[in-house]
Ligand binder design. Structure first.
Ligand SMILES: [Zn+2]
Length: 170
């Protein structure tokens, strides 16, 4: 498996870089462990959430990617690390981005609100939603340098607001 791919999952399995005072699941210090807030039944969607995470976000110890990962059904949240996507090290990412009905959560003049996306999205068809995880400055740079993402339909702020709400209490 690529070293940068679901890095935290490897750490959970190996347990080598998990500090003793940290939760073994979310890897946050025990006193700020959020595992009890995870949904009892993992969230299932008709598709996948693809998180493109800036390397600094992992270092910041906020663990928003793992939060989504553990809150969703197995295999439905996939996390890739980097500043430019997809690259050779992101195994399987390009193929996923090329799948029909793949949307990127990034605001812009072309972006649609989630309600109009549901108007054009065939009912019942699986979809992928790409999330860019980083500060605004990092997200802008990541989007700019990841030209492949520019071909994907953009979903706008409304959905971003929900996402922010989910992760901002971190
Ligand atoms: Zn925890």
């Amino acid at each position: 498996m690529d070293q940068d791919f679901i890095q935290f999952a490897d750490e959970i399995v190996l347990g080598e870089s998990v500090q003793r005072s940290s939760c073994s699941k979310c890897r946050r210090p025990e006193r700020v462990c959020w595992c009890s807030y995870l949904p009892k039944v993992p969230v299932t969607i008709n598709g996948k959430i693809i998180v493109l995470q800036h390397p600094d976000e992992e270092k910041r110890n906020l663990k928003t990617g793992p939060m989504l990962f553990h809150g969703m059904a197995s295999g439905q949240c996939i996390i890739y690390y980097g500043k430019k996507f997809p690259s050779a090290k992101h195994e399987g990412l390009k193929e996923m981005l090329e799948e029909q009905y793949t949307y990127v959560l990034y605001p812009g003049p072309q972006s649609r609100s989630i309600t109009t996306v549901s108007d054009i999205h065939p009912k019942g068809a699986p979809y992928n939603l790409v999330l860019i995880d980083g500060t605004w400055q990092q997200a802008k740079s990541m989007y700019f340098h990841s030209t492949f993402l520019h071909s994907l339909p953009q979903v706008d702020y409304f959905m971003f607001y929900i996402y922010s709400y989910i992760v901002s209490w971190r």
